[in-house]
Design a protein around this ligand. Structure first.
Ligand SMILES: Cc1cc2nc3c(=O)[nH]c(=O)nc-3n(C[C@H](O)[C@H](O)[C@H](O)COP(=O)(O)OP(=O)(O)OC[C@H]3O[C@@H](n4cnc5c(N)ncnc54)[C@H](O)[C@@H]3O)c2cc1C
Length: 492
């Protein structure tokens, strides 16, 4: 199996290398007055200030995280600036073969979404360009298109944030990023929020300002492709011919990628499942949750689109306020707490991110006898004595998605069965990122940190191996829902 990059765990967080003050100061160096006004938006970070290139021929949005053409504030900003400068907008996606921990399963899903982006952007008079290695350098594309300015989106994870920092240093054009995949801009919270119940009142207070539909305006000016301009056909396989690309994890047919499939699934959820969400969300044997997580991870859908559809369903009488509140608590509460966690806690994917009380209790129980102890490979192949755990692992392997209730149980059992807590954590991240379509996401790092390291949780009763980390027993977990039915559904 593919191992995580050596040394990832202890990598120094390069975000600390950068003087964040220069970002703040550069807001005041945002060029002409109309730009300075746009830069005042808390969703916008001016990573490189200054005026757009005078002889520029277009505004380029380098799309990385928010892979969609509608309900995307980064597209909106590019269009606003383009219209103001009388320039067309080009959206560029670089399909790279070495995205950290990505494999064929992830790429097939991503690939399925590209045609929707092209179609939705065309409706907005915006051109979508995709390139692949070796001819995918963003800087080369900026030169070829004669970009006046570059817009990007945000991704709080370590490597993507580093790419943005590096780019800001290298570019000679203004470069702004837009926090497009959260409802409330993450800059509203300038430091780590330790508990959801502390963050929630502020988050809720901000919601009326941000729970507003986007206009999805059309660009005034269309871009004309120069003759012979190189462009990948989005309906073809982006991974074709990639050597050294991980094809070991097969694609799944349980999810079709793309904005259009996401919207279809969302409509079904709000019409038929939302009403019982608060009662059924902890029942893995019932198809009672939205399964929006892969789409949210790839940015195929905006959390704003999802939240507004949920509110609309309540207005139309399809669901109660209680069901809505329960869903919004996950979609905005837990999800945006996870973004905040990854943004501000450097070692978010290893035991070092656990609070002091949790590290201490795990240390105190480090020598407790573990019986059984499984290897990573045994757990990966679902070869444990625990039928329910094996079914959960197989749901993830076969479907590319695991129910939330079992994700908690899954991670806690790994803490119990691994040689030590640091290994358990490392292995949970490996398996989660490898098989889940929504893996490699702030939600995953936060979920594992919650389950294994008491992050955003409190100490419970002291017990072997776990210390005061919250425990979930197999016997009681299996009785809280029809676990036999779930095991049958997943099959072997
Ligand atoms: C150990 C562990 C690992 C996890 N790994 C991931 C992961 O890799 N990627 C991922 O997106 N989520 C992860 N989660 C969080 C959660 O389990 C999934 O987001 C959820 O199960 C996705 O299913 P859904 O879309 O049907 O959720 P719904 O119940 O329909 O919720 C709607 C949305 O709210 C958000 N959400 C729901 N539960 C949580 C939560 N506990 N924390 C943060 N956001 C939440 C998700 O974006 C989800 O799509 C993990 C949780 C744990 C405990």
């Amino acid at each position: 199996m593919r191992k995580r990059e050596a040394g990832t765990k202890n990598k120094v967080d390069t975000r600390n290398d950068v003087d964040t003050r220069s970002e703040v100061d550069s807001k005041h160096d945002a060029g002409p007055e109309f730009l300075a006004k746009l830069a005042d938006d808390p969703r916008v970070t001016v990573r490189r200030g200054g005026a757009p290139l005078q002889a520029g021929k277009c505004v380029v949005y380098w799309m990385q995280r928010a892979e969609r053409g509608i309900d995307n504030p980064a597209v909106d900003l590019a269009i606003k600036i383009g219209d103001e400068l009388n320039l067309p907008v080009v959206v560029y996606f670089s399909a790279i073969s070495n995205f950290p921990h990505a494999n064929l399963r992830h790429y097939v899903f991503l690939n399925q979404g590209l045609a929707d982006i092209e179609e939705d952007l065309a409706e907005r008079n915006v051109t979508f360009l995709v390139r692949r290695p070796p001819n995918n350098s963003l800087e080369a594309l900026l030169k070829e298109t004669g970009a006046a300015m570059v817009i990007g989106d945000e991704n709080p994870c370590r490597e993507p944030e580093r790419w943005r920092k590096v780019l800001a240093k290298r570019l000679e054009l203004p470069f702004w990023t837009v926090d497009a995949d959260v409802v409330v801009p993450s800059s509203v919270f300038p430091k780590h929020q330790y508990m959801l119940h502390i963050m929630r009142p502020r988050l809720n207070a901000e919601l009326p300002k941000y729970l507003v539909a986007l206009e999805n305006t059309k660009a005034k000016h269309a871009w004309t492709k120069p003759r012979g301009f190189e462009q990948f056909n989005v309906r073809e396989d982006v991974t074709a011919g990639w050597k050294n690309f991980d094809r070991s994890v097969k694609p799944v047919d349980s999810f079709i990628g793309g904005t259009h499939a996401a919207l279809k699934r969302l409509q079904h959820f709000v019409r038929y499942q939302l009403a019982d969400y608060d009662k059924q969300r902890n029942h893995p044997e019932i198809d009672g949750t939205s399964q929006m997580s892969p789409y949210l991870h790839f940015g195929h859908i905006s959390p704003l689109t999802v939240a507004l559809a949920v509110d609309e369903a309540v207005k139309e009488g399809h669901a109660t306020q209680a069901a809505r509140d329960s869903y919004i608590n996950e979609l905005i509460g837990w999800r945006e707490l996870s973004v905040n966690f990854v943004k501000y806690v450097p070692n978010y994917d290893s035991i070092e991110c656990a609070p002091e009380w949790a590290q201490k209790t795990l240390r105190e129980h480090a020598r407790d006898k573990r019986d059984p102890v499984y290897s990573l490979e045994q757990m990966e192949r679902a070869e444990t004595y625990d039928e329910l755990w094996n079914a959960a692992q197989m749901q993830m392997v076969k479907m590319g998605w695991m129910h939330n209730y079992l994700r908690m149980y899954w991670a806690k059992k790994m803490l119990e069965w691994s040689p030590n807590p640091a290994k358990a954590w490392e292995w949970a991240v490996i398996l989660n990122d490898k098989y889940e379509l929504d893996g490699r996401d702030p939600n995953g790092y936060n979920g594992i940190a919650w389950a294994m390291g008491g992050v955003h949780d409190r100490p419970w009763f002291d017990r072997p191996i776990f210390g005061t980390i919250r425990y979930m027993s197999g016997a009681s977990t299996g009785k809280k829902f029809d676990s036999k039915r779930y095991i049958r559904q997943v099959g072997s």
